[in-house]
Design a binder for this molecule. Structure first.
Ligand SMILES: [Zn+2]
Length: 205
């Protein structure tokens, strides 16, 4: 487990990663130790998000992003090659996004950020973290034409469609799940049934 130090002032909350050799049990234990309610998503590569407005421990179905301004909640996203995104705003709003190629095509990131802007009144000082994902070089989507897909660039475009550089700061993890497969699980590298890397963000009460 590693803290993502760029996202938070020390007292506000936590943003963390759980990589290879860590499991959902470690995520559950961490949330418990920090007195946060664990909130998961089923994740189906869709374009829908949900707003979490209570402190119940629960699993959201049919969504690939979550937003909350409820302190004491630990929002999580799991991925093994897809791009995990965590967001934090100093007014006390956090979000997680699961952005694979399908979800990216369905504009999951843009939709979630529009909600942050329009429903939560965020107009500046948003911090966005792009986590470990498969890099462009490793992510060939068509063998014949040798076409590659860049998850970071495509999702950066969706951020820029909603917020300017001055309004939102993006911090991008240096890791590729395939290049750095010793530290992160990778579906493309390891195949079906591979465990997931977990990423979480929570605000203290
Ligand atoms: Zn790579």
């Amino acid at each position: 487990m590693q803290y993502i130090s760029q996202l938070f002032s020390k007292t506000a909350g936590v943003a963390v990663t759980f990589g290879r050799d860590e499991s959902q049990t470690d995520v559950t234990n961490f949330a418990q130790a920090k007195n946060l309610s664990l909130v998961n998503m089923q994740q189906e590569h869709a374009g829908a998000f949900a707003i979490v407005d209570n402190k119940q421990q629960q699993i959201y179905e049919h969504v690939d992003a979550l937003i909350t301004k409820t302190p004491g909640v630990f929002l999580t996203v799991k991925a093994a090659d897809c791009l995990p995104i965590l967001c934090y705003h100093p007014s006390g709003v956090i979000a997680v996004i699961h952005a694979g190629r399908a979800g990216t095509t369905k504009q999951i990131t843009r939709r979630t950020l529009v909600a942050l802007k329009e429903q939560f009144g965020i107009s500046e000082n948003l911090k966005i973290w792009f986590g470990p994902r498969i890099c462009t070089e490793c992510y060939q989507i068509d063998k014949k034409t040798n076409k590659h897909y860049d998850l970071v660039a495509e999702n950066r475009k969706q951020v820029e469609a909603v917020f300017s550089d001055l309004q939102a700061e993006i911090v991008t993890s240096e890791y590729c799940t395939a290049c750095d497969n010793d530290q992160w699980y990778s579906y493309r590298t390891e195949g079906k049934g591979v465990p997931m890397n977990w990423f979480g963000v929570g605000l203290f009460t």
